[in-house]
Design a protein around this ligand. Structure first.
Ligand SMILES: C[S@@+](CC[C@H](N)C(=O)[O-])C[C@H]1O[C@@H](n2cnc3c(N)ncnc32)[C@H](O)[C@@H]1O
Length: 227
């Protein structure tokens, strides 16, 4: 099952443009600062979140020393993993704002990578990290990414959905409709909120659910099915 998800932004764009959002200071949650000082002001924390501690512990247990993130955005979750562990962290995104992260010299690797057009340059030594990127893609596109990961030999994927279908999502959509009228801003289509059942169908040919975690907003640990 899935449900269309919308948002309104400060700008008046009527389609989702990540590069514009990352470059626009007024879009505070999405803005990627231009200096290291401002970046740290935005993402730095004194203690790791439950999500961070859980993922680090899980990677240690699986004997994985490297994380590879697709669609990292401002990479605040990846920043915590880097800060509170000795894991190697590679961040990637399909737009050029990822090069700003490279200048900050925090992550082991920063690369521009389109999940469809480009080769995924990771292998079985990595934990793949999909943090809230599910809404970006339709079902077929998501399937394609799982196929690519499987072909690259990736055994484990940490899949943290942005939107798991729930009544809360429905209420949030109603709020967005009201705000859009009140502020005279377009509702921008931001993809789908999906049920766990649908996710299982999407990854099911190549990956199985190894464990489900509730830390933070929760995540699924997927393990590849040998073929
Ligand atoms: C909802 S944001 C999530 C960002 C970040 N992972 C987080 O949790 O805050 C989705 C991200 O996916 C990226 N993205 C969209 N299409 C992509 C593609 N084809 N390949 C790689 N990244 C993509 C966008 O640039 C954006 O940063």
């Amino acid at each position: 099952m899935k449900f269309k998800h919308h948002a309104i932004f400060n700008n008046s764009l009527d389609t989702l443009d990540w590069e514009a959002l990352r470059n626009d200071e007024k879009e505070s949650p999405y803005f990627l600062p231009y200096t290291l000082k401002d970046y740290l002001g935005k993402v730095d924390v004194a203690e790791p979140s439950d999500f961070t501690s859980t993922l680090i512990a899980e990677m240690k247990q699986l004997g994985l020393a490297k994380l590879f993130s697709i669609g990292c955005g401002i990479a605040s979750q990846e920043y915590q993993i880097k800060k509170f562990s000795d894991l190697s962290v590679t961040v990637s995104d399909y737009n050029a704002t990822v090069f700003r992260l490279k200048e900050f010299n925090i992550f082991d690797e920063c690369m521009q990578l389109d999940a469809f057009k480009d080769k995924i340059t990771a292998d079985e030594s990595y934990m793949m990290f999909f943090h809230r990127i599910d809404t970006e893609f339709d079902d077929q596109q998501l399937k394609t990414i799982f196929v690519k990961c499987h072909e690259a030999g990736i055994r484990y994927i940490c899949f943290a959905p942005a939107e798991l279908l729930s009544f809360k999502i429905f209420i949030a959509e109603v709020k967005t409709v009201i705000l859009s009228f009140a502020r005279k801003k377009p509702r921008v289509f931001c993809g789908y909120a999906r049920s766990k059942g649908l996710f299982k169908k999407i990854w099911g040919k190549h990956y199985k659910l190894k464990q489900e975690f509730t830390a933070g907003n929760g995540f699924f640990l997927l393990e590849s099915i040998e073929q």
